[in-house]
Write a protein of this length. Structure first.
Ligand SMILES: CC/C=C\C=C\CC(=O)SCCNC(=O)CCNC(=O)[C@H](O)C(C)(C)COP(=O)(O)OP(=O)(O)OC[C@H]1O[C@@H](n2cnc3c(N)ncnc32)[C@H](O)[C@@H]1OP(=O)(O)O
Length: 682
């Protein structure tokens, strides 16, 4: 686990614990053994710690955090024990970092005397993403090395700090060009015999405490503040107390689930046996996008930023020019926010070609259709593309509501295509989740239940800002009505009318039922009043100006709702917070269970990942399916049955059979095993 060897005067500890050299017990023991050898060997004058494989050390083994507290705390040697041995060593200890030095990995570096890294390396304390704080002296040592405000930023953001930035702060002593080990050996020779006292961080005073008072609210910040206020030993003791408190809490539990859920979700598999590990993706080099609206231009920016050339096609020059302008503005905004350099922006714009002729897509490897939601238009485009594009081209659709089998993972989609798209998603910096084709797919299908219930709740007596506040207090970044204003009320109305047209039905303000289901025409009322959301300065809220961002509760909306309910004879009542929360969340969760049942996703984790990235569901709640598992499936099922009884004309309240079976299992079934119940007799 830690391979020991000597090169002349230098002992090398090579951490060898694939895949990411986490600090499991035998790695920690490896350090103790290595240190004992190096200390007792008079020939050894310095020690280098280096990682084997893809990375230096990615921190603690996160799976260990699920162990009972006593076992976790008594698992010796602890990282602090090892750290103390490293720091007290009379022979200089040098960490040579490539890949990532994170969490406990960085703490180990801070106990060492010197830190070198290759330029591409990253260091950081991502513990906050797991709901804990760096508790092997990280909060006490980093503020002794760097300015306290920098330490607070790194610890409380959890971000990965690139080597050049880390060098600037003094976290690293040097960036190494060329072979990391060879250069580190040279460096080791240069420091042999130099005094180590100034390199021992525990003895240094904390750097300035400027600015920290107003931001010290959370544990990380409190702990960093302790580095300034308390002795090293007292600060360490408090750090350990905070850690014990946090690690046993719900948020850390949910965040650790989230860490593994995201990685599990990447591992797609098809019934044929093809999967992420055994299917090679094709190499996509050139791309085309059809449609220069909000979606098309947004996708174009992602592809250009990732280095792909893009041919953007629109039906006429005016729309095309508008689209190109939009792309230019988004990129410029990126430059002004320092997300990219001016040169990079110019390269991106050079890689963009615009055309009004689909024929220019003849040679591209991948085409994404992103026109508005109209099935006949989409079908017509794909018919043409079939004829124009080369046979190996991948044809993709950006539809969110139209159920056409050719869109996502459809019946005819090959494993190689799936592998290519999943890989392509990663390359453009997105998180891809494999879902089968179904009406509205996963995100919109579940979120549709959530939004629909929110509107019914308005009809029954609540106000938009009340519903939004309750969901925002729960942790959603925006309530359903703010989201609707942002997306544009016309968009959802147009989709509803499109669906109704497909069934030869005309929706009016008096429509209360659509295909046997309860229906709310409230948004159509706003649409008719020209209250389309942020863009018109009025929607469910009013805004300071058209395009404004500040949602202000609007008394006029009260009247709109009151008139609507009076005309349709809907009675209004007081609705409790619990009911609002349950109806929005449980309706979506029940649908999530149906989605798993139908095999639209492979596992519940896929749904949770979709909700974090799609709707900003708080990761510290784990995602809707994890939240349900923690609430108790019996409770969720009982409430779904209750609402089904009360609202029989909403099919999203028909209880999922999978949910029913899981809720009656003799013992709670862990979320990772829900799928097994699908095929069991429960
Ligand atoms: C003794 C302890 C004393 C002190 C404790 C300190 C607290 C900590 O250290 S908490 C941990 C802090 N570290 C992290 O949060 C890092 C998490 N890992 C990552 O960010 C990334 O994995 C990466 C290191 C940047 C590498 O990314 P990438 O190359 O994209 O690989 P992945 O697919 O993410 O990971 C590969 C594989 O490794 C598993 N894994 C990664 N990190 C850990 C870990 N710290 N513990 C356990 N397992 C880890 C990950 O789940 C993947 O597993 P698969 O089975 O292949 O899915």
């Amino acid at each position: 686990m830690v391979d020991y060897r000597k090169e002349g005067l230098v002992a090398i500890f090579e951490v060898n614990n694939p895949p990411v050299n986490s600090l499991s017990k035998n790695v920690r023991q490896g350090f103790v053994d290595g240190l004992s050898k190096a200390t007792n060997d008079p020939e050894v004058k310095a020690v280098i710690i280096i990682g084997k494989g893809r990375t230096f050390i990615a921190g603690a083994n996160i799976k260990d955090f699920g162990k009972p507290m006593e076992e976790l705390m008594s698992s010796s040697p602890s990282l602090i024990d090892i750290g103390n041995m490293l720091e007290e060593s009379e022979k200089p200890i040098i960490c040579a970092i490539h890949g990532a030095g994170l969490g406990g990995g960085l703490e180990l570096c801070l106990f060492s005397h010197y830190r070198l890294a290759v330029k591409s390396a990253r260091v950081g304390f991502p513990e906050v993403n797991l709901g804990i704080l760096p508790a092997a002296a990280g909060t006490q040592r980093l503020p002794r090395l760097v300015d306290i405000t920098v330490a607070m930023d790194i610890i409380s953001s959890g971000r990965h700090v690139a080597a050049p930035e880390a060098l600037k702060y003094g976290i690293l002593d040097q960036i190494v060009e060329g072979d990391l080990l060879k250069e580190s050996i040279k460096f080791a020779h240069s420091v042999i015999g130099k005094p180590l006292e100034p390199r021992r961080l525990r003895n240094l005073a904390c750097k300035s405490i400027l600015y920290c008072i107003s931001v010290i609210h959370q544990f990380c910040l409190k702990s960093v503040r302790n580095a300034a206020d308390l002795s090293y030993e007292a600060g360490l003791m408090m750090e350990n107390t905070y850690f014990k408190y946090l690690i046993t809490g719900f948020q850390s539990f949910a965040l650790r689930y989230s860490f593994f859920a995201e990685r599990t979700a990447r591992k797609w598999q098809l019934p044929s046996g093809a999967n992420a590990a055994n299917t090679k993706p094709l190499n996509v080099q050139t791309t085309g996008i059809i449609g220069a609206g909000t979606m098309g231009t947004g996708i174009a920016v992602s592809l250009l930023r990732a280095g792909y050339p893009v041919i953007l096609v629109e039906q006429n020059q005016e729309f095309l020019d508008k689209g190109v302008d939009m792309i230019r503005n988004i990129l410029k905004d990126g430059v002004s926010r320092r997300l990219m350099t001016e040169d990079r922006m110019k390269q991106c714009l050079k890689a963009l070609k615009a055309s009004v002729d689909l024929k220019h897509l003849a040679n591209v490897d991948l085409v994404i259709e992103a026109v508005y939601e109209n099935i006949s238009l989409k079908q017509e485009i794909f018919k043409k593309l079939d004829y124009i594009c080369k046979p190996s081209a991948l044809l993709c659709s950006n539809t969110s509501s139209i159920d056409i089998d050719m869109n996502v993972y459809g019946k005819e989609t090959s494993a190689e295509t799936v592998a290519t798209i999943m890989d392509f998603g990663k390359k453009i910096g997105k998180v891809s989740i494999l879902v089968k084709s179904c009406h509205l797919f996963v995100a919109n299908r579940m979120h549709g239940c959530f939004q629909t219930e929110a509107k019914f709740i308005l009809e029954e007596g609540a106000l938009p800002d009340e519903v939004d506040r309750i969901l925002e207090d729960f942790g959603m970044p925006m309530g359903p009505f703010k989201v609707s204003d942002l997306a544009g009320i016309d968009i959802s109305c147009r989709i509803q009318h499109e669906v109704a047209k497909q069934h030869d039905i005309e929706l009016t303000l008096q429509t209360r039922f659509f295909r046997g289901e309860r229906y709310s025409s409230l948004s159509n009322r706003l649409y008719e009043l020209g209250r389309l959301g942020r863009k018109t300065g009025k929607g469910w809220y009013r805004y300071e100006k058209p395009g404004g961002k500040n949602a202000i509760p609007d008394n006029d909306i009260k009247d709109v709702i009151r008139i609507h309910c009076k005309e349709l004879g809907i009675e209004q009542r007081q609705i409790s917070t619990q009911e609002i929360l349950e109806r929005c969340l449980y309706s979506a969760i029940n649908e999530g269970f149906k989605i798993i049942e139908e095999g639209v996703v492979d596992k519940p984790e896929d749904i949770d990942v979709i909700w974090w990235y799609g709707f900003g569901f708080p990761r510290y709640m784990g995602g809707p399916m994890f939240y349900a598992s923690q609430t108790g499936l019996k409770k969720v099922y009982d409430r779904v049955c209750y609402y089904h009884k009360n609202f029989p004309y909403s099919s999203h309240w028909v209880p999922s059979d999978l949910l029913r079976r899981l809720s009656t299992a003799p013992n709670p079934v862990p979320i990772t095993q829900w799928k097994t119940v699908l095929h069991s007799k429960l």
